[in-house]
Design a protein around this ligand. Structure first.
Ligand code: NAD
Ligand code: UDP
Length: 343
């Protein structure tokens, strides 16, 4: 069992959150994770972040390090670990979310979802904590129905370049399901569709970050393929509301442990998105077309009926509104990076 090294000196181990709870966020230094940590701390929780900083950034958690209700442990979840204090909730967000990042070390990505997922499930069992898995719309692969609902089993290439992520997440869903059925672990599974907002890494490689950074730095926007493929983009605050609602909703229908889609059903082609970003940034850059990556899904749009019924949740922030805050974040972030590099 790994000995964890703590990097947050003011953390008080025997003092729970203002609301008496302790929440562990695996992957808490990443894009969604760091936004979730901020929300939980402001809600009064004590928060323990476990992250190996593979795609997460210290900048994302720097502001929490002086908070006595925040602990950061630099740790890879594929190694089993224990936490000394009680834990009430575990959000498993640990896994690179961007295709170029998760394809860099496919075996490690697969292990992160499956072995890391199992380690966190076993920790949840030991602590009697409720645990939420960040699954993904990628479990639907390149879907031949639209919108995608939870009953659709997906269309995934098991040996393509995206398989380490898609199949890892599918395997993790199986583990969460079986640990609930056989061991009684209190589980939740969120199938997250494309999400964007502040704290994304400018070099992340996903379409929203690439387009905004390209537009702000005067580079052509790189559209892969002919840009007719679609995605549905959910703003981070809506996603946090959905994740927390899924975590905190009690099981009155007897099926809350089954997967729930979370995403914004507004569907855009990649070309639409490029035009919107060019217009909103006031950029005069062009679009440059690149090869479509292998197995790139042609369409993605969530059916969120189940989330509405079980959680009373629906996203509120339309794409253009979420992009205003996201563009502002990237402007500030690029400025900060430029000042740091002394240019
Ligand atoms: P991200 O890459 O910004 O964050 C992932 C975090 O997990 C990073 O801090 C990274 O360092 C950490 N991590 C990765 N492997 C780890 C390991 N083995 N041990 C410990 N920490 C590890 O990605 P994100 O967009 O914030 O996504 C968070 C979660 O949500 C991921 O599980 C991702 O699969 C899922 N998800 C995200 C989206 C999206 O659009 N953002 C969509 C579907 C699913
Ligand atoms: N994409 C693009 N240009 C980029 C980055 C991505 O055209 O610079 C495309 C990508 O091929 C995909 C879509 O945008 O069709 C969304 O890609 P992203 O990596 O953000 O997420 P995912 O493919 O996992 O949905």
């Amino acid at each position: 069992m790994a000995e964890l090294q703590i990097y947050s000196p003011r953390f008080i181990a025997d003092q729970p959150g203002r609301n008496g709870r302790t929440v562990l966020v695996a992957g808490g230094a990443g894009f969604i994770g760091s936004n979730l940590v901020a929300r939980l701390l402001s809600d009064g929780d004590r928060v323990i972040c476990v992250d190996n900083l593979e795609t997460g950034r210290q900048e994302n958690i720097a502001e929490f390090l002086d908070n006595p209700r925040f602990a950061f442990f630099l740790h890879d979840v594929i190694e089993p670990f224990d936490i000394e204090c009680p834990v009430d909730r575990i959000y498993n967000l640990a896994c690179p979310g961007s295709p170029p990042k998760y394809q860099r070390d496919p075996v490690h990505t697969f292990k992160t979802s499956v072995i890391g997922g199992l380690n966190l499930l076993e920790l949840a069992q030991k602590k009697d904590a409720r645990i939420l898995q960040s699954s993904t719309s990628e479990v639907y692969g390149d879907p031949d129905i639209s919108p995608q609902n939870e009953a659709y089993w997906g269309f995934v290439n098991t040996v393509g370049p995206r398989a380490c992520y898609d199949e890892g997440k599918r395997g993790a869903e199986t583990l969460f399901h079986e640990m609930h059925e056989r061991e009684g672990v209190d589980t939740r599974i969120a199938r997250i569709f494309n999400t964007y907002g502040p704290n994304m890494d400018p070099e992340d490689g996903r379409v929203i970050s690439n387009f905004i950074v390209q537009a702000l730095t005067g580079n052509d926007l790189t559209v892969y393929g002919d840009g007719s493929q679609t995605r549905s983009f959910c703003y981070i605050t809506d996603m946090l509301d959905g994740l927390i609602a899924l975590m905190e909703t009690e099981d009155c229908h007897g099926s809350i442990d089954d997967p729930v889609n979370l995403g914004n059903p507004g569907e855009f082609t990649v070309c639409d998105l490029a035009e919107i970003v060019l217009e909103m940034t006031g950029s005069e850059c062009d679009i440059s077309y690149r090869d479509l990556p292998q197995d790139d899904p042609r369409q993605r749009r969530p059916d969120i009926t189940r989330a509405g019924r079980l959680l009373g949740w629906a996203p509120k922030v339309p794409l253009r509104e979420g992009l205003v805050a996201t563009i502002e974040y990237f402007r500030d972030e690029l400025g900060r990076q430029q000042r740091l590099s002394g240019q």
